[in-house]
Design a protein around this ligand. Structure first.
Ligand code: ZN
Length: 474
């Protein structure tokens, strides 16, 4: 019997607001434990929450960028449960009426191109953190209580670990282009849980699902899903039955193990939060939010291909991160040569960014100056080889390359008589090679060009050297 997997993902994204969702406390990460707190986020009796407008805007931006309907009226609800890191005894979330519904994200793998439906996107607050490994039984840090999140729930449209990986990659790209979340999964600002079930191919009824948690990278999500699909299929093939349970992914051992303790179906007794008014997103407000949405990766890629005539590969690499695409466009604006700009950004610039693990924003050479360096090559003032020597100097000191080449005397020699003088010199001191060339050994020309370049410290225009050499030798 052949099986197919049915996978849905729940992604929590921490929003990049300055303050929490219902109070003015800072959302800053890494502050002293229990210092970003006030009576509101600690859930003291009698306090009232006030909704952070930015959270609504960010959630709606994500909805609009993923083809969702924005519900004009949406409602906050209380999700009731007890846990030490949740002092209020409930999490303020959205249940029946979330802010966004019925969207999709397109994905493409080697095998398929398809739309993954988005069931809903809702706003909610984060809980605190229990810390278990500091020599005490458990410590609680409530700084994170009330930090704004959106939860993005997909339809069970995903069929493999690879598709899940692509979905998450595209989702992260959108969310970081919007600038509403830093997308860092290792630091927990993006978290993902997967619901996985299998069924015989052709069957429409859903099988019993398991939930896999604790994956801290997109590759681990992919691995955990593929592991769990295999596990369920072997189980059923051996006559067993899938049991509904929560599994934790162990990246070191490459396997998922069941959470300890009996899993019971939770009854959160959701009810509309009596302290918060329903949220109304008017048509006018929606239009204002729409205007804040920058050009998204997909349309930017298409524009790079169609307007700037870049190869698809270049457009794909350059648009993966907004900062890189922005940097590239600034370089292009300065030198007006898309392909040369792309070569430099994809090559030398990305190499340094990856080596130093920095963001494009922190890249030491300004886009403006890199554009000027390209202009120097285009106008034959320096050779590409010399440009490769100027680049590291610019890395240390973001100076105008025009000044650097003047100071270091690197301008290309394009003066025919100056080059001819060097050529004469080279020919006189290498009579053997000259003989060989005249006897038909074409390859020797490379050696002679090399000698001229060496004597001019790479500053002679290589094309001119080649032409003049051949003229003299013929
Ligand atoms: Zn607070």
């Amino acid at each position: 019997m052949e099986f197919e997997a049915v996978i849905g993902l729940e992604v929590h994204a921490q929003l990049l607001t300055e303050t929490k969702i219902f109070c003015g406390c800072s959302t800053k990460f890494g502050n002293k434990p229990n210092s970003n707190v006030c009576p509101v986020c600690l859930g003291h009796p009698g306090v009232l929450p006030v909704l952070n407008k930015k959270v609504v805007e960010y959630a709606a931006m994500m909805g609009l960028a993923t083809n969702c309907t924005i519900n004009e009226k949406n409602v906050f609800a209380r999700k009731n449960y007890f846990y030490p890191d949740l002092p209020k005894g409930y999490q303020t979330s959205q249940f029946e009426l979330p802010i966004c519904e019925h969207g999709y994200i397109e994905i493409e793998t080697n095998e398929v191109k398809k739309k993954i439906g988005i069931t809903r996107i809702h706003m909610e607050e984060d809980a605190g953190k229990s810390i278990h490994d500091q020599g005490y039984d458990t410590l609680v840090d409530v700084n994170r209580c009330g930090v704004p999140l959106i939860e993005i729930v997909s339809e069970p449209d995903i069929s493999s670990g690879e598709e899940a990986y692509q979905y998450l990659t595209n989702l992260k790209q959108i969310i970081t282009y919007l600038g509403i979340c830093d997308g860092n999964m290792e630091e927990g600002s993006l978290r993902c849980d997967a619901n996985i079930s299998i069924r015989p191919k052709g069957e429409t009824k859903l099988g019993t699902r398991t939930e896999v948690k604790n994956m801290n990278s997109f590759r681990n999500v992919q691995k955990a899903i593929d592991y769990e699909i295999d596990r369920q299929i072997s189980l059923v093939e051996d006559g067993g039955k899938v049991v509904q349970q929560t599994l934790l992914w162990n990246a070191d051992q490459n396997k998922a193990t069941a959470m300890r303790g009996k899993e019971e179906a939770h009854d959160y007794r959701y009810f509309p939060c009596p302290d918060l008014m329903p949220v109304f997103v008017s048509a006018e407000w929606k239009e204002e939010i729409k205007k804040q949405i920058p050009e998204l990766p997909k349309s930017r890629k298409t524009r790079f291909i169609e307007e700037l005539k870049l190869p698809e590969y270049d457009a794909e690499v350059l648009t993966q991160q907004k900062e890189i695409a922005d940097y590239f466009e600034e370089v292009y604006l300065e030198c007006k040569d898309a392909k040369l700009s792309s070569n430099w950004v994809m090559g030398d610039v990305l190499k340094i960014i990856n080596e130093r693990k920095i963001s494009a924003k922190d890249f030491p050479i300004s886009a403006n100056n890199l554009g000027k360096l390209i202009n120097l090559i285009k106008s034959n003032k320096i050779s590409s080889q010399i440009a490769k020597d100027v680049f590291p100097i610019m890395l240390q000191d973001d100076k105008d390359p025009n000044i650097i080449v003047e100071e270091k005397n690197l301008l290309q020699i394009t003066d025919t008589s100056a080059i001819e003088a060097v050529i004469d010199d080279v020919l006189n001191s290498n009579p053997k090679q000259v003989e060989e060339f005249k006897a038909g050994k074409e390859k020797v020309i490379g050696f002679l060009v090399g000698q001229v370049m060496q004597r001019t410290k790479g500053k002679a225009n290589p094309k001119m050297v080649n032409e003049l050499l051949r003229k003299k030798l013929s």
